[in-house]
Write a protein that binds this ligand. Structure first.
Ligand code: BAL
Ligand code: ZN
Length: 872
């Protein structure tokens, strides 16, 4: 229960070379026989062997076949009388555990009468005593024994080398993993599963068997996951020369899973949310997410599994890199430049609405954290998404080809090793001597060590045909880091002339606190386009005029900054209203600009949808020193209503123009059309609320009933719910009736109601009553997230109530969940991260609610760490 520090890293005192595990699977009491070959690490002074364990029943310990003395230090099993010298010895440990009682979903657990494992980060110690740390890599042989009728499918990592029947209706399967791996990549699955399989031959001519395992009845929802896997294998080989190194690659879906998915070697275990999709049950977003998560887990096979982390502080080594790789994969699959830009905007939106607040709050930490109490709390948007931006900047600084060379260098140098973020950056730099990265490597690595979002302030001057842009960087203090040194910041820039044409452009690689870009010989003052493509994860402080932003929205050749101009125009109007009287009337210039984007003959529908979507409430709130979330919500709603009413004719045109897509395909072009039609329908229903019109809500209801796919159906349902139309009730009831057997669709049904716009405090009572719904189940993470998180974390206008009832609900749920699944509880605890920014009386009420949670004596480390930091 102590804080762990990166600076305290010590190499392991022992190595474990081989592990032979034998499981007798039983939900109530599973027996685990673990035979290891262990040897001392000659580089470390002799000391006892201390094995990690958690909630295990220890039955026997043998060293070289003989009973031995041992003692317990907390959860650790300590062996002192071990053979002298460096020669390997046999260590045999026999334990039992209770998978059916494992509601934490870490280690070995049951879900729907099947067995699954989750070992990252520290779940393997809940299966057997072990050196459960990523720098101890071993060769695994696994034998699974279980009732044949109940558990006909028995899977583990690697290759199936033997199987057969045993007495009493039991059977066995023996698996050998040809690759050494750390314990967090171990996996087993046993249950009644069916699989879709596909044989493929890779570019290099090797044959592989790909399998996707699901429950019977779900097989018709696995085609997209399989296609995504096939595409992932091909992409990694084509783009980075990284082939599949296994004969067999399996994906298994389970509906009880803490995370999205897990990259266990050769046996990825997935949340059903990221596997199952059919046009009737999954939206376009679900299809895209499946593609990217399947890609992400597959890409880990190299970036994570072949080269892993020395310790958990290095988590971003594999996660930042693999998010970067999955983002690139999705962009490459999207194809055209405009579709790539849409994906980039979506990724940046996640970063700015989730990671920037994290970087400014009590849980702020560097991409490579310095300390943790519970590592599960550090699977964060900082480690993942900001980590990916840090990798992306390295690519920017060495160029795309240089980055490919750098990655090849990294894998060549470190294949089979457990390494650090420093090793990664060093390899990329070494492969690119003379590059901006190589020339500034130590300074660049501050991105790994300094927390907080840097701010780049831009000021401009035009005199005698010379345009100057002065850029100054700073970074606010974060917990434990009062002062920051300058970062290396690549700022992609361009100048747009008065006639809308590009007049200059380049990349300023900032290394100093202040730098100036100068362009001579200009006939008139241009408009600067800065941080193109979001070339660095910073806040750009630029006091642009409306005219400059409107010019960029119309002319910028950089689609990201075109979108960004619209965001700035929207944010400015919202902030003016929030800081002012709370009321605002949208100006013609803004409305006209939005109209011309909506009606633009050449722009993609997906891009239009992004431009016409107002900045999120959380993003707007981050721009304020003190936040009244209800006021932010009210202002955004007011703007949306005006946008809806003023452009009603244009929205009607957009809906009619984009609503028909022919046969459903989840490709980017038709998904973009559906997205824009959905946004239009929402605005038309919102406009109908003020005008009293019944035609559009009626059309939305009809669309909801007749839709041929989930995207259109859900968008129509959402339009009714968001606009608060009375037809939303029968539509919600009908939706539930149609999909009562589809867990993932019911998650959407819960989430939509919990995330609905608040009208006079009506959402919390709905959430409370949905907690009593027969389909609600707190123990299922997806369901808990769909109802509770959708309310507490994703609906600020409804959650932050002046009467504090939202906070009381939050505290009760955190404590309730902590008794079931601390990892999920700690995520929910993070809903209060930004409490210090709240206006009174919410701030005091929030502090009281957090203090009430913190006062509970037997809190998990997970929740304790979050609430303690929040109050610090
Ligand atoms: N390694 C945990 C799940 C993921 O990031 O792929
Ligand atoms: Zn990952």
């Amino acid at each position: 229960n102590a804080v762990i520090y990166r600076a305290d890293y010590q190499p392991p005192a022992y190595w474990i070379d081989t592990v032979d595990l034998c499981f007798d699977l039983d939900p109530a009491k599973t027996r685990v026989l673990n035979k290891m070959k262990v040897r001392r690490n000659p580089q470390v002074a002799p000391q006892p062997l201390k094995l990690d364990g958690d909630e295990l029943n220890l039955a026997r310990v043998l060293v070289n076949g003989q009973g031995t003395s041992f003692k317990m230090e907390g959860d650790r099993l300590v062996l002192e009388n071990l053979p002298e010298g460096d020669a390997p010895f046999d260590l045999e440990i026999f334990t039992t555990c209770a998978p059916a009682k494992n509601s934490k979903l870490m280690g070995l657990y049951t879900s729907n009468d099947s067995f699954f494992t989750q070992c990252e980060a520290e779940g393997f110690r809940r299966i057997t005593y072990f050196l459960d740390r990523p720098d101890v890599m071993a060769s695994y042989t696994v034998t699974l024994r279980a009732d044949k009728q109940k558990y006909p499918v028995l899977l583990s990592n690697g290759n199936l080398v033997d199987q057969g029947d045993l007495d009493d209706g039991r059977h066995f399967a023996k698996w050998v993993d040809p690759h050494r791996k750390p314990s967090y990549l171990f996996a087993l699955v046993a249950g009644q599963l069916v699989c879709r399989e596909q044989k493929i031959t890779s570019r290099s001519g090797n044959d592989h068997l790909l399998q996707v395992y699901v429950r019977a009845g779900d097989l018709d929802k696995t085609e997209h996951a399989m296609n995504s896997l096939i595409a992932s294998v091909a992409w990694d080989e084509a783009r980075f020369g990284l082939p599949l190194d296994l004969e067999r690659f399996m994906i298994v879906a389970t509906s009880d899973f803490n995370m999205g998915a897990m990259e266990n070697k050769g046996l990825n275990i997935f949340n059903t949310k990221y596997v199952l999709a059919s046009q009737a049950t999954a939206t376009d977003t679900d299809f895209m997410n499946i593609e990217s998560v399947v890609g992400h887990e597959y890409f880990h096979n190299w970036s994570g599994n072949r080269v892993t982390c020395r310790d958990w502080f290095q988590l971003s080594l594999k996660e930042g890199l693999t998010v970067f790789r999955d983002q690139e994969f999705s962009q490459d699959l999207a194809g055209e430049a405009s579709a790539r830009a849409v994906k980039r905007i979506e990724d940046v939106r996640v970063l700015r609405t989730a990671q920037f607040p994290e970087d400014a709050g009590p849980m702020a930490h560097p991409v490579r954290p310095e300390q943790y109490l519970e590592i599960n709390n550090f699977y964060t948007v900082t480690v993942y998404e900001k980590g990916a931006e840090v990798v992306r900047m390295q690519q920017t600084l060495v160029g795309r080809e240089g980055f490919e060379k750098g990655l090849a260098q990294y894998f060549q140098r470190h294949d089979g090793q457990a390494v650090t973020c420093d090793d990664f950056a060093q390899a990329i730099a070494d492969a690119n001597p003379g590059s901006h990265l190589a020339n500034n490597l130590e300074q660049f690595k501050r991105w790994y060590s300094q927390a907080g979002t840097p701010r780049v302030k831009a000021t401009t001057r035009f005199e005698n045909g010379t345009y100057e842009i002065t850029l100054s960087q700073s970074c606010p203090p974060t917990p434990g880091q009062a002062a920051k040194e300058p970062f290396v910041i690549p700022v992609a820039w361009g100048l747009v002339g008065a006639d809308g044409r590009e007049v200059a452009g380049g990349m300023q690689v900032m290394t100093q606190a202040t730098e100036t870009i100068r362009v001579d010989g200009l006939a008139s003052e241009p408009v600067p386009s800065l941080l193109r493509g979001f070339s660095a994860p910073v806040v750009l402080e630029w006091d642009a005029t409306d005219a400059q932003l409107l010019a960029l929205l119309e002319h910028d050749t950089d689609p990201f900054n075109r979108w960004e101009a619209a965001q700035r125009l929207g944010v400015r109007r919202m902030l003016d209203a929030i800081r002012g009287s709370g009321a605002i009337t949208l100006d013609d210039a803004y409305l006209q600009a939005m109209r011309s984007i909506l009606r633009h003959p050449k722009l993609d529908a997906a891009f239009k949808e992004l431009v016409l979507t107002l900045p999120a409430e959380t993003y707007v709130s981050e721009q304020l020193d003190e936040v009244d979330p209800q006021r932010v919500h009210a202002v955004r709603e007011s703007l949306r209503e005006q946008l809806a009413s003023a452009l009603a004719g244009d929205w009607a045109w957009a809906y009619e123009e984009h609503k028909e897509n022919g046969a459903y395909r989840p490709d980017h072009v038709s998904a973009g059309r559906r997205a824009l039609a959905g946004l239009a329908l929402t605005h038309l229903c919102i406009a109908a609320r003020s005008s009293g019109d019944t035609v559009w809500p009626g059309k939305a209801y009809q669309r909801f009933k007749d839709a041929s796919n989930m995207t259109d159906r859900f968008n129509a349902l959402s339009a009714l719910v968001v606009s608060g139309h009375e037809l939303s009730r029968p539509a919600l009831d009908r939706f539930h009736g149609m999909f009562r057997g589809e867990a993932l669709v019911l998650d959407k049904w819960f989430a939509l109601q919990a995330g609905a716009p608040d009208r006079g405090g009506n959402v919390l009572p709905v959430v409370r009553s949905l907690m009593q719904h027969p389909d609600f189940n707190l123990r299922n993470p997806n369901r808990a997230r769909s109802l509770i998180f959708s309310y507490c974390s994703a609906n600020p206008g409804a959650f932050h109530r002046a009467d504090a009832a939202g906070y009381v609900f939050w505290g009760d749920r955190v404590l309730e969940l902590d008794g079931v699944n601390p990892q999920v509880a700690a995520r929910l605890a993070r809903a209060m991260d930004r409490w210090r920014k709240l206006a009174e009386p919410m701030r005091s009420a929030a502090r009281e609610a957090i203090a009430r949670v913190a006062a509970k004596p037997d809190l998990s480390n997970d929740v304790r760490e979050v609430v303690t930091r929040a109050l610090a």
